[in-house]
Design a protein. Structure first.
Length: 286
C-alpha cells in the first residue's frame, strides 16, 4: 500500500507541478477542470447515482466550468459569489455536522446532487482565479489546508484526549479530536508568520494570502487563519459524513493508494471560496 501511495503521488506531482508553474495559468486551469469533473463523478456515485448518471454529472460539471472559463469569469471579480458561498457554506456545514448521517440521509437526493455540483464548480472557479492572481497566492491557500491537516494529525496522535475527553465528531469521524483541531490552527498560524516574513524579505511580487490578510491588520490575519483552518476541518468532516452514509471507505479508486479525488480535495472545497472572499470583498481581482 505504501509503495502504491508513493508511486501515485510521484505521478501526480509530475503532472501537477509543471502545470502549476507554467508561465500561463491555462495548463493548471485545464488540469484542475478535469480533476473537478472526476470529483463530480465521484459525488454522484456517493449519493447513489451511478453508471451513465454519474458520467453525465462529471460531464455537466466540466461543461459548467468550461463555460465559465470561455465566458471570461476567471478574470472577473465576483465578490457576491464568495459572500454567498460564505453565507450558505458556513451554516450549512455546521448544520450537516450537527445532524450527522441521519440528517444527511433525509435530504432529497436531488438536493444533495445539486449542492455537490454547486460546491465543486464554485471551488474550481476560486482555484482558477487564485492561480491567475499568482502561484505564490495559490500555494499559500493550498499550504494552509495541508498545514492544518498535518499539524492536526500529529497533535491528535500525541495529545488527543489529554486536554478534553470529548471527541470532535465521534459519529462521523471517531479518530478526530479537539486537540487535533487546535494543533492544526497553531500550525496554520506558524506557516502564516513564516510566509509573511518570506514575502517581505524577498519582496515577492505577488503577495500570499497571509500578507493580504495582514494588510487589513494583525487581528484580521489571526481571525482569517483560524476561520479557514476551522473550515478545512468542516470540509473533511462533511466528506466523511457523505462516505459514511454511502458505506464507502473512499470516494473512489481513481488514485491508487489515495482513494479518490474528493478524498484529496475535501478540505479545500470550502477553504478556496472563503479565502477569495476574505481577500476580494470590497476589492477587485488583483
Amino acid at each position: 500500500m505504501l509503495k502504491q501511495r508513493i508511486i501515485t503521488a510521484l505521478i501526480l506531482l509530475a503532472i501537477l507541478l509543471p502545470a502549476l508553474f507554467a508561465q500561463s495559468p491555462a495548463p493548471f486551469v485545464a488540469l484542475s477542470l478535469v480533476l473537478i469533473a472526476a470529483a463530480a463523478w465521484e459525488w454522484s456515485r456517493l449519493i447513489g447515482w451511478r453508471g451513465i448518471t454519474a458520467l453525465a454529472t462529471g460531464a455537466l460539471c466540466a461543461v459548467i466550468c468550461g463555460a465559465l472559463w470561455w465566458g471570461g469569469a476567471l478574470e472577473q471579480p465576483v465578490p457576491l459569489l464568495w459572500l454567498a458561498a460564505t453565507a450558505m457554506g458556513v451554516p450549512g456545514g455546521a448544520w450537516l455536522i450537527q445532524r450527522g448521517v441521519p440528517g444527511w440521509s433525509k435530504l432529497g437526493r436531488g438536493l444533495r446532487w445539486f449542492g455537490g455540483i454547486a460546491v465543486l464548480c464554485t471551488a474550481w472557479l476560486a482555484l482558477a482565479q487564485a492561480r491567475i492572481i499568482g502561484v505564490n497566492f495559490l500555494l499559500s491557500i493550498l499550504t494552509l489546508v495541508w498545514a492544518a491537516d498535518v499539524f492536526a494529525y500529529f497533535f491528535g496522535r500525541g495529545m488527543g484526549g489529554k486536554i478534553t475527553r470529548y471527541k470532535l465528531a465521534p459519529s462521523i469521524s471517531p479518530g478526530k479530536s479537539w486537540e487535533g483541531v487546535w494543533g492544526g490552527m497553531l500550525g496554520v498560524l506558524l506557516v502564516a508568520l513564516v510566509w509573511v516574513w518570506i514575502d517581505r524579505a524577498y519582496s515577492i511580487e505577488v503577495p500570499s494570502l497571509y500578507t493580504r490578510l495582514l494588510e487589513r491588520g494583525g487581528w484580521f490575519l489571526l481571525a482569517g487563519c483560524l476561520f479557514l483552518s476551522a473550515m478545512s476541518v468542516v470540509g473533511d468532516l462533511v466528506e466523511s459524513l457523505v462516505k459514511r452514509s454511502a458505506g464507502a471507505k473512499d470516494s473512489s479508486g481513481l488514485l491508487p493508494g489515495h482513494g479518490g479525488v474528493l478524498d484529496r480535495i475535501d478540505a479545500l472545497l470550502p477553504v478556496l471560496p472563503l479565502a477569495m472572499m476574505l481577500v476580494s470583498v470590497g476589492k477587485g481581482l488583483a
